[in-house]
Design a protein around this ligand. Structure first.
Ligand SMILES: [Zn+2]
Length: 132
């Protein structure tokens, strides 16, 4: 099976480790407590380099979305529903919405995270419609 593999580096390894453990992890500045996503080395709020993470609730709502119909993506069936999720904790995260008819994808839709194992070393967060 082929899949698009995300790149892990020093700043994002905790996120992918979390996905493998079934946790949605958000980077947190250890100086001012600000949460951010995507992860990065420097806090955009206070400029501090000290960083840790918290485990997010995995709940959010659809802020915006696109329906990817073309071009083909290796290992994926089209269309792919891609959304920007407003996380309960504040940061936004781009993610794939799964098991949802595309005409049910609307702004404000409540969603919850799930994890899709690609192999023993990679699990990807995906999003499902949440029971309201
Ligand atoms: Zn900070």
């Amino acid at each position: 099976m082929s899949a698009v593999r995300p790149m892990a580096n020093r700043d994002t390894q905790f996120f992918w480790d979390g996905a493998l453990a079934g946790e949605l992890r958000l980077q947190r500045c250890e100086a001012c407590g600000a949460l951010r996503h995507p992860p990065g080395p420097v806090c955009p709020d206070c400029g501090a380099l000290e960083r840790g993470h918290v485990v997010a609730s995995g709940r959010g709502t659809v802020y915006s979305y696109v329906i990817h119909r073309h071009p083909p993506v290796p290992g994926k069936e089209l269309p792919i529903l891609l959304a920007v999720i407003d996380l309960e904790e504040g940061p936004r995260m781009v993610g794939e919405i799964v098991d949802l008819p595309e005409d049910e994808l609307v702004i404000g839709l409540p969603v919850r995270v799930d994890f899709r194992a690609v192999d023993d070393e990679l699990s990807l967060p995906v999003w499902r419609k949440a029971d309201a």
